[in-house]
Design a protein around this ligand. Structure first.
Ligand SMILES: [Zn+2]
Length: 343
């Protein structure tokens, strides 16, 4: 039987509340001691604790190919299992970008990772599925048909995370080990005090809570069919996520489509990869999968964006009650940046 104390050999002494952060020598070599200390350093606002679970990875490889939302090009993605401590990272033509807040670039209508001129757009639905389904360590290879393209995008599929979740369930998960075969405990951030960010009349806040809870509100007074919606998750686990959140599709307002197209966005958008609502005619491609599908999709996006707080195979989502109102990718990223700054 696996014993955590036998197989884990490196125990940095951080603050007293960080009780279970251990790495094997190989992981220790892969990152400097100081970066490990910084990654799980507690602060006035945050403390790190073991989730009581081991880091996991995929039990096999997943391949996905499809049209992308904004560029309209076709791209191919391969998800590979990886060692504990590696976290989630994209690889495009031998360039690697960690799925981390430090590489995000503000972009309209999607979350973009950017490093050395290479951009990977619309990462949020894939990262949401990986975070919620507990694929803590994963190498994500991505390419499109143009070998010179430095602006790559993750396929949109039906606008939800369903394809990714189904594929993850099919291939299964296994405990991730480091290069020496040792398991690593999975850490998560907890809140000592509330942290919040806002822009105009939108906000996202993380309150101390013993479990992950999410409350999300949206308000579209000009579009009756959407209007004001609230959706709450009282205890997030992968079963709830896959049944109640992953299926919800991205949505847009019909009257704003032309403006977005002129801005060079949603070139690949269509009725097959988004639910579209007109302010005068209502939903153009019903039925909805849930009456509050737009609000649930915001939760899906939020989980994907908060996954960018993950480090060295830890959980990205802080163990907190996260309350968001009229948020978007930029505001979600602001919260992650704020949490990172407090460390
Ligand atoms: Zn989305």
């Amino acid at each position: 039987m696996w014993s955590p104390l036998n197989s884990l050999t490196f125990l940095p002494r951080l603050r007293r509340e960080t009780t279970a952060f251990r790495y094997s020598p190989s992981i220790q070599q892969a990152m400097t001691l100081s970066s490990a200390f910084n990654a799980f350093k507690s602060s006035k606002s945050i403390f790190w604790k073991s989730t009581g679970r081991l880091q996991r990875t995929l039990a096999g490889c997943i391949e996905g190919k499809g049209k992308t939302l904004h560029s309209g090009k076709v791209s191919a993605v391969k998800l590979w299992p990886d060692h504990a401590g590696k976290g989630r990272y994209f690889v495009c033509r031998s360039n690697a970008i960690r799925a981390s807040i430090e590489f995000t670039e503000e972009s309209p209508l999607c979350t973009t990772l950017c490093k050395d001129g290479l951009k990977i757009r619309t990462v949020e639905h894939l990262l949401s599925a990986l975070e919620a389904m507990e694929v803590d360590n994963c190498r994500i290879e991505i390419k499109n048909s143009d070998p010179e393209d430095i602006d790559i995008e993750v396929p949109i599929f039906d606008g939800s995370a369903r394809e990714w979740v189904e594929a993850i369930k099919q291939v299964g998960l296994k405990e991730a080990t480091d290069e020496q075969g040792n398991c690593c405990e999975k850490m998560a951030a907890h809140m000592n005090e509330p942290v919040h960010v806002w822009r105009n009349n939108s906000f996202v806040a993380a309150f101390p809570s013993p479990e992950i809870r999410i409350t999300y509100g949206i308000d579209f007074p000009q579009v009756d069919a959407i209007g004001c919606q609230w959706f709450s998750v009282t205890s997030l686990d992968n079963s709830f996520y896959s049944k109640q959140i992953a299926l919800s599709r991205t949505f847009c307002i019909y009257e704003e489509v032309e403006q977005m197209r002129k801005a060079g966005l949603i070139k690949g958008g269509g009725l097959e990869n988004a639910i579209v609502c007109s302010s005068s005619k209502g939903w153009l491609n019903p039925p909805l999968r849930f009456p509050d599908e737009p609000c649930r999709h915001k939760v899906l996006d939020l989980i994907g964006d908060l996954s960018l707080f993950a480090r060295f195979g830890s959980q990205g989502l802080p163990v907190a009650h996260i309350v968001a109102y009229k948020g978007g990718h930029a505001l979600h990223s602001d919260l992650v940046r704020r949490l990172s700054e407090t460390i």
